[in-house]
Design a protein around this ligand. Sequence first.
Ligand code: SF4
Ligand code: SF4
Length: 191
Amino acid sequence: MEFLKFSLLPNSIKRYLLSKQAIMHLTVNLRSFKKLVRHNKKRMKLFLSKLEKNPPRGLDQMVVQADRLAWAHTDCLHCANCCKTMSPTYTRSDVQRISKFLGMTQSAFRKKWLYKDKSGDWLNVNQPCQFLDLETNMCRIYEVRPRDCAGFPHHTKKKMVDYMHVYKQNLEYCPATHRLVKNLMDRLSKA
Ligand code: SF4
Ligand code: SF4
């Protein structure tokens, strides 16, 4: 069988195929992601527990590389699963900043959108988040969003061994975290 060589294709076709390819990589299909999580989560969490007990040399450097790779294949605007299924924790300065932006008092803001959980954290009452535009997956308060949202999924915030519980939780919600952990699994299984 003869295959058509990519290099011999006209530039316009090459461009089209490359853009389709990019879209396929970046698109997050949440239904398939949930299936993947159901299938893999036990194995991945076990891997993270082992990593926590016995971290290999250079782990945090590997995490930085795996983080870069994960984001090269993930576009949050095709996903927004964190905004749909989790709540950020609002700090006092988040509440100050966002309520000012919305022209509300802090107490009116808290009363309308938040509740205090058992550990005293302020969280969203609604899910998906009230500030998510469900048509575009964009945040309506992006410029002043909670710091927790701005840093999510916190991949390189701390040394991985000190943050394993966060990875374990987020790999079920965030395709980028799932990809990062999968990348580490593949890499370390070859070592
Ligand atoms: S941070 Fe993770 S869960 Fe949130 S939108 Fe981006 S890929 Fe999706
Ligand atoms: S505030 Fe914005 S970024 Fe944060 S959860 Fe809501 S929609 Fe998402």
